[in-house]
Design a protein around this ligand. Structure first.
Ligand SMILES: C[S@@+](CC[C@H](N)C(=O)[O-])C[C@H]1O[C@@H](n2cnc3c(N)ncnc32)[C@H](O)[C@@H]1O
Length: 248
C-alpha cells in the first residue's frame, strides 16, 4: 500500500504527527527538548517524523519492515538534506540496537500491526535509557468497528473482543494480507505497565484542522491529505488514534 499511502497523504517534514488533522509535536510538546537526543522511530514509513526530529537536532534512526517505504524515506531524507539513519527490520524484535541507547522511542501507526505487543514493549523498554520516553500513537480501540454512514455512528459490536482487520486490498501479489490488531485501553495500560513503563499522559487527538478548514481559517496540520477523505465525518466524532506517553 506504500505507493497510494504516500501519494494520498500529506505528511509534514517539519513537525511530528500523531493523528490525522490533529496538532503535532510543535503544539503538543510531548517530547520536550530533542536537541542532542538519540531517537528511534519504529515503523517510520517515509521517515517524515524522523526527518523533523533530525532537523530539530536529534540523532535519529528510522526503522521499517517495508523496502518500498524505506525507498521513499531515502528520497525524502536526501531532499531534506538530513542525517537520519534508516534500517530495515521488524519492530516486534528490534534487537540490532544496543540496550539503553535511546532517549526516545516513538511510532505513529505501527504498533497496531504487531501480533505480540508485549514482546515489542519489552524490547523497547530495554532500548531506552533510564528516564527515556516512549510515544505509542496507535489505532484507537473504537477504530475496530464499522462506521454507519446513515446513522453517522460507529457500530460497536463487542468492545471486549474487537475484530482483527484484514487488509484484503493490500495483497495484489498474493502475499499474506496485512492485519490490524486492536487493543482495549485496559489491555494497552496493562501491557505497558507490565514491562515497567509509567504512563504519563494519554491523548485522543481531536482533528482540529478539519474544524478550522470548515471555518476557512488557515491551519495546516502535519498529517492530512485525500487518503482521509472518506473518513472525515467519522474523524470528527470518534478518535482515530490514541497516544500513550510512557517513560522508563
Ligand atoms: C500506516 S504506516 C505508518 C508509517 C509512518 N509511521 C507514518 O506515520 O506515516 C505503517 C507502517 O508500519 C510498517 N510496519 C508494519 N509492520 C511492521 C513491522 N513488523 N516492523 C516494522 N515496520 C512495520 C509499514 O511498513 C508501514 O510503513
Amino acid at each position: 500500500m506504500s505507493e497510494s499511502y504516500q501519494r494520498d497523504s500529506q505528511i509534514a517534514l517539519d513537525d511530528v504527527h500523531y493523528a490525522p488533522f490533529a496538532p503535532g509535536e510543535r503544539e503538543l510538546n510531548l517530547l520536550g527538548q530533542v536537541d542532542g537526543k538519540r531517537v528511534l522511530e519504529l515503523a517510520c514509513g517515509g521517515a517524515q517524523n524522523s526527518i523533523a526530529l533530525s532537523r530539530w537536532g536529534a540523532s535519529t534512526v528510522g526503522m521499517d519492515i517495508s523496502p518500498t517505504q524505506l525507498r521513499r524515506a531515502l528520497t525524502l531524507r536526501s531532499e531534506a538534506k538530513t542525517q537520519v539513519e534508516l534500517v530495515m527490520g521488524d519492530m516486534e524484535l528490534p534487537r540490532m540496537f544496543k540496550p539503553g541507547s535511546f532517549d526516545i522511542v516513538l511510532s505513529s501507526f505501527g504498533w497496531e500491526f504487531i501480533p505480540d505487543l508485549g514482546v515489542c514493549f519489552h524490547e523497547c523498554y530495554a532500548l531506552l535509557k533510564p528516564g527515556g520516553v516512549m510515544i505509542v500513537s496507535t489505532a484507537h480501540p473504537l477504530n475496530a468497528f464499522v462506521w454507519d454512514e446513515r446513522q453517522q455512528a460507529v457500530l460497536v459490536t463487542d468492545y471486549f473482543n474487537p475484530p482483527v482487520e484484514v487488509w484484503e486490498d493490500s495483497v495484489p501479489d498474493g502475499h499474506d494480507p496485512g492485519t490490524t490488531f486492536f487493543h482495549t485501553f485496559e489491555e494497552m495500560f496493562g501491557l505497558l505497565t507490565a514491562e515497567g513503563f509509567r504512563i504519563d499522559k494519554v491523548l485522543e487527538p481531536y482533528p482540529t484542522a478539519l474544524v478550522a478548514e470548515a471555518r476557512e481559517s488557515n491551519h495546516e496540520p502535519p498529517y492530512a491529505g485525500p487518503y482521509w477523505d472518506e473518513s472525515r465525518d467519522r474523524l470528527l466524532k470518534v478518535p482515530f488514534a490514541i497516544v500513550y506517553v510512557a517513560s522508563k
